[in-house]
Design a binder for this molecule. Structure first.
Ligand code: KG4
Ligand code: ZN
Length: 332
């Protein structure tokens, strides 16, 4: 069974080929053009997907050494994501599948992030809890089976990735700021500055207060020293990152204890963060939980994760109709 999978929900145009449950290729073309604007411009994203999609799909097939006639299905991200960006991937997938006379498979982007944990071994055992942290979402997901997931907690305002990106923007760093904060934090002191822990309920996240607090802290610091950010960049990044990761892992720990799971996973773009990866592993080691972290290339948006999700849907015979439409929020 060979499936071509396409991801175009935000600012990565990606195509992957999977044979049974083995990823043969995973090509990702990142739209660096958005960095000039400090965030993703939806209209620009759609146009860049249009320009790249044919090249990216061709490269995915070539790398996998698969002819299009060998494909058994075409999968695509149906949502959540940017409407125009999703439409490019969906239209391409429909046309390709229709032309080849093979079935279509729709995939939920957030479920695919979770299922990225099944690309490599050892795989998580059900039930497990996954902390899914990306630019648009922060979720605690109770995973009962490949296609049976329940969101047991989420953010009431910004996502964890947004907390990274917005702070970076305030500090004058280019988009996406998460990887840069991660980099500078490596040389900084996590106790140099204090950031607040939000007073929210169980399994709930909130990051908008953190963003406000860094804004005021920088404003006050700059009043005293115009070069405050430059002089303290590593320490600011380390302290701020430390607070985000602590907030995330405290809630994950609580959820793991209360649900008595033995396996835990992380997923999504922020799971590429080096401190989160280390501290998550430590948390699991201390509590006797089995930790699962996707390989780096399957953390940020990629079609490999869409492909593994499509594999499980193909096995269950879950196919989409040709009149399927994208959804921008929720589960669709
Ligand atoms: O999953 P993803 O690629 O796209 C969405 O579905 O949103 O996640 C992108 C997010 C961005 O906010 C980016 O800053 C963040 O993941 N990110 C990181 C790191 N790498 C990517 N955040 C912190 N540390 C990183 N190393
Ligand atoms: Zn994503």
């Amino acid at each position: 069974m060979i499936i071509l999978a396409i991801e175009s929900s935000c600012d990565e145009t990606s195509a992957a080929v999977i044979k049974d449950s083995n990823i043969l290729s995973n090509i990702v073309s990142s739209q660096l053009q958005h960095s000039d604007y400090g965030g993703v411009i939806p209209e620009l994203a759609s146009r860049l997907h249009q320009q790249q999609i044919v090249r990216v799909v061709k490269k995915a097939l070539q790398t996998a050494e698969v002819e299009k006639e060998e494909l058994n299905a075409v999968a695509f991200t149906r949502g959540p994501g940017l409407l125009g960006a999703l439409l490019v991937g969906i239209s391409f997938a429909k046309t390709f599948a229709f032309g080849l006379g093979i079935p279509l498979i729709e995939v939920n982007h957030m479920e695919a992030h979770v299922l990225a944990n099944f690309i490599d071994s050892p795989q998580p055992e059900f039930p497990f809890i996954c902390l899914t942290v990306s630019g648009g979402h922060t979720q605690l997901v109770l995973v009962r089976d490949y296609l049976n997931m329940e969101i047991i907690g989420e953010t009431i305002d910004d996502a964890a990735g947004e907390a990274f990106d917005k702070a970076a923007k305030i500090m004058g760093l280019p988009y996406p700021g998460g990887p840069l904060i991660d980099k500078y934090a490596k040389e900084g002191d996590i106790h140099a500055f204090q950031f607040p822990t939000p007073d929210v309920g169980k399994y709930t996240f909130s990051f908008s207060g953190l963003k406000t607090s860094i804004l005021y802290m920088l404003r006050d610091g700059i009043k005293e020293n115009p070069k405050f950010i430059e002089d303290n960049l590593n320490d600011i990044c380390a302290s701020y990152q430390h607070r985000i990761i602590t907030i995330l892992l405290d809630q994950l720990k609580l959820a793991a204890e209360e649900h008595h799971v033995k396996h835990l996973a992380i997923a999504g773009g922020v799971s590429a963060n080096s401190l989160l990866r280390t501290r998550f592993q430590e948390l699991c080691d201390q509590n006797g939980w089995q930790a699962h972290i996707p390989a780096f290339e399957y953390c940020t948006d990629n079609a490999g994760m869409i492909a593994i999700a499509a594999h499980y849907k193909y096995v269950k015979g879950e196919f989409a109709d040709l009149d399927v439409v994208p959804f921008t929020r929720g589960k669709g």
